[in-house]
Ligand binder design. Structure first.
Ligand SMILES: [Mg+2]
Length: 347
C-alpha cells in the first residue's frame, strides 16, 4: 500500500494527520490524554534506554513511568488515582527481595525505609517450597524487618480456598517442598489414593515426575477438581531460570479438558486478602514484583498500582510481549523508596 504524505494507514483507513501528535486521537479527549501524549513525545525525544529493552528514558524528576516501545500509544491508559496517596505496599519475595534466598543489593535497606515511612507491608508470594514461618525466619535472618504475619503464601491461600469451596474434601497434593503446615485443616490424601475429590497442584520440582503427573491426569479424568497454587512458568535461581508448575498445569488442563482454580497470584482473591489484612483499598496500594503478568498486570487489573523490577525473572522480551504496561518500571527494589517519595502526597 502506498501512503501519501500527511496520511497514515491502519484498520481505520487513511486519515489526514492534523496538528501535533496528541491531537491524532481526535478532539475532545481531555487534558489527561493530552498530557499522556505530550509525555510520550518527550520520551521519544529523550531516546531509548540503552539496555536493549526498547524502553524510553523517564523524564528527570518524573515518577519513573516508562512505557514499552511500540505499545505505548495503543495500550497506555493513565490511571492517576491508582498510584497516588500510597498507604500500603504488596511485595513479591523471590526475585524482588531475594534470589535463591540471598538478599538482592539494597533490598534490606529499602524495606526498612518503607517500614519507617509508615506504610503497610505485606509479602505476597507464590513460593511453595517453604511455610510462612520459614520464609519469615529466613528473611529476618538476612536482616529484613519481617514477621510471619507479614507473609501471605499461595499454600495458605489454597487452604483458605479449599475450606470455603470444598470443605472436608479428599485432597491429593502434588508439590515439591514442605508446606503442609500452611495446609492445616485440609484433608490431605496420597496421590495414589482412591476417591480423590480435589487435586492440588503446588510448585514444580523433583516431585513432578511422569508417574505423579499421570496419576493426577487419572484423578482429573475421574472427575476430581483441579486447584493450582499458581500458574508461574519459571522462576529465577542463582543457577538461572527453572521450569515451574504453570508449564505442567497447561498440559494437564489441555489433556483432561479442565480449568484449574488458581489461588495464588494472579488470583484477584489473593490480592484482596493482602489488602484486607492491611486495611487498605486497592487505589491506595502498590504491588512490586518481577513477574510482569502474575505480579504486576494482575494487580493492576485489581485496581492496584503495579511496579515491575528488573531483577529476578524479569526478561525484556516478557515485558515487550505482555498484554499491558506496568505503571512503573524500576531497576530493583532498592529504587522503591525514591519512587514512593515521589508518589506520596506532600502534606
Ligand atoms: Mg517473583
Amino acid at each position: 500500500m502506498t501512503r501519501s504524505p500527511g496520511h497514515r494507514g491502519g484498520p481505520r483507513g487513511r486519515r489526514p494527520v492534523r496538528g501535533p501528535r496528541w491531537c491524532r486521537r481526535g478532539p475532545g479527549r481531555g487534558r489527561t490524554w493530552r498530557r499522556a501524549y505530550e509525555a510520550e513525545a518527550a520520551a521519544d525525544a529523550r531516546g531509548p534506554v540503552p539496555d536493549g529493552t526498547g524502553q524510553h528514558r523517564a523524564a528527570p524528576g518524573s515518577t519513573g513511568m516508562i512505557l514499552p516501545a511500540g505499545r505505548r500509544t495503543r495500550r497506555y491508559r493513565p490511571r492517576m488515582g491508582a498510584v497516588r496517596g500510597v498507604r500500603a505496599v504488596l511485595i513479591d519475595v523471590d526475585g524482588v527481595l531475594t534470589v535463591s534466598w540471598k538478599p538482592l543489593p539494597g533490598a534490606v535497606e529499602a524495606l526498612r525505609a518503607v517500614r519507617e515511612a509508615g506504610l503497610g507491608v505485606a509479602l505476597v508470594t507464590n513460593t511453595t517450597s517453604r511455610t510462612r514461618a520459614s520464609i519469615a525466619a529466613t528473611l529476618a535472618d538476612a536482616g529484613f524487618p519481617v514477621e510471619a504475619g507479614d507473609v501471605l503464601t499461595a499454600p495458605a491461600a489454597t487452604a483458605a480456598h479449599l475450606a470455603e469451596r470444598f470443605p472436608g474434601a479428599r485432597c491429593a497434593l502434588l508439590n515439591s517442598g514442605d508446606v503442609e503446615e500452611d495446609l492445616a485443616g485440609v484433608n490431605l490424601v496420597g496421590l495414589d489414593a482412591d476417591g480423590v475429590d480435589v487435586v492440588v497442584l503446588g510448585g514444580a520440582g523433583p516431585a513432578f515426575g511422569y508417574e505423579a503427573l499421570d496419576r493426577v491426569f487419572g484423578h482429573l479424568r475421574r472427575g476430581a477438581r483441579l486447584v493450582a497454587m499458581h500458574r508461574n512458568l519459571y522462576w529465577r535461581t542463582d543457577a538461572g531460570l527453572r521450569l515451574d508448575a504453570g508449564a505442567f498445569l497447561a498440559g494437564l488442563e489441555a489433556a483432561a479438558r479442565v480449568t484449574a482454580e488458581v489461588t495464588g497470584k494472579p488470583s484477584p482473591a489473593f490480592f484482596a486478602a493482602a489488602l484486607g489484612r492491611l486495611g487498605a483499598g486497592a487505589g491506595e496500594a502498590l504491588m512490586v514484583g518481577d513477574d510482569v503478568e502474575s505480579d504486576v498486570l494482575a494487580a493492576q487489573r485489581a485496581g492496584i498500582g503495579g511496579v515491575l523490577v528488573r531483577t529476578g525473572k524479569f526478561l525484556p522480551e516478557a515485558l515487550a510481549a505482555a498484554d499491558g504496561a506496568p505503571d512503573h518500571v524500576v531497576d530493583s527494589f532498592a529504587d522503591l523508596p525514591a519512587l514512593l517519595a515521589r508518589l506520596r502526597p506532600v502534606r
